[in-house]
Design a protein around this ligand. Structure first.
Ligand code: NAD
Length: 274
């Protein structure tokens, strides 16, 4: 009897876990999400998957208007709203603009997906110029700081940040020396940021995809690499963007309310040393 009473008291001390409440059929209903690089590849798949789960989506993208417009049309055909914001996220003022426009249009920000990234494969270490190094760090990691700084005043309890890192953060890559260094920094940033935001009940997680068929691959790797891309994974193939998007949906949803500071590994089965 005493044990039962004690258990009853303890239960009252904790908020009711979200999954014990009646759950909405749509896992991201009424949420507003910003997705950088949401016009292409993994980000585009995430944007569409979020819309299918009931989220309105803000897509930040760099250059290709056509991709962005077709993604927005797809999201609107699902019945969700989509705001397109072109521009360079390596500029702090632009990151501020993304957050301000989101607030103006939707009045809130529930999910920030820091996904945009670039890479410049190289053969030799000496081939990496200071300009390339700066551009890679500016786009892949500095932009995450700018966006999170701009978003911080508006993030409420229950909000979620998801950062795209890479399998290369864990196993390294001889041909992506600067890129993999930025991806390693994203893992550390994600962990530290989760500790920073925990007191406000804001969750921060990462996704570390393995090889994924996106426009980035043929645009940056030589054909010899593209023809065998992903064949060395245990599943023997590269993933499709839609196979990566589910991790983001789950991490953004209230079903993941007890998960923060973690990195998910949709990578075709490669066991990474975390
Ligand atoms: P992608 O080239 O299809 O998409 C990247 C998008 O980032 C672009 O569409 C662009 O709009 C955006 N972007 C780039 N620079 C920008 C800037 N300065 N300002 C604003 N937006 C900018 O590539 P993807 O493969 O879908 O990559 C998405 C993320 O996934 C990246 O962070 C990448 O490093 C990561 N990733 C990809 C793979 C893979 O195999 N494709 C594997 C692991 C991690």
């Amino acid at each position: 009897q005493k044990v039962k009473e004690k258990q009853g008291k303890e239960k009252k001390m904790h908020p009711q876990p979200v999954f014990e409440k009646e759950r909405d059929v749509l896992r991201l209903r009424n949420k507003t999400a910003v997705i950088t690089g949401g016009d292409s590849g993994i980000g585009k798949a995430v944007a569409i998957a979020f819309a299918k789960e009931g989220a309105d989506v803000v897509i930040s993208y760099h250059e290709d208007d056509e991709d962005a417009r077709s993604t927005a049309a797809r999201i609107e055909s699902i019945g969700q709203k989509c705001l397109l914001i072109p521009g360079d996220i390596s500029k702090p003022a632009h990151c501020k603009k993304i957050i301000e426009k989101t607030l103006k249009q939707f009045g809130k920000l529930d999910v920030l997906v820091n996904n945009a990234g670039i890479q410049f494969p190289q053969e030799e270490l000496s081939a990496i110029t200071p300009e390339q190094l700066k551009k890679t760090f500016d786009t892949n990691i500095f932009a995450m700081f700018y966006l999170v700084q701009a978003a911080e005043p508006y993030l409420q309890e229950g909000a979620s940040i998801i950062n795209t890192t890479s399998v290369t953060a864990y196993r390294g890559s001889a041909h992506l020396l600067d890129y993999s260094a930025t991806k390693g920094a994203i893992v550390s940033f994600t962990r530290s940021l989760s500790a920073y935001f925990a007191k406000h009940k804001i969750r921060v997680n990462g996704v570390a995809p393995g090889p994924v068929w996106t426009p980035l691959i043929p645009a940056t790797f030589p054909p010899s690499h593209v023809s065998t891309f992903g064949s060395d994974t245990p599943l023997g193939r590269a993933g499709e963007p839609v196979e990566i998007a589910g991790s983001y949906v789950f991490l953004a949803s209230d079903e993941a309310s007890y998960i923060t500071g973690q990195v998910f590994h949709p990578n075709g089965g490669e066991i990474v040393n975390t």
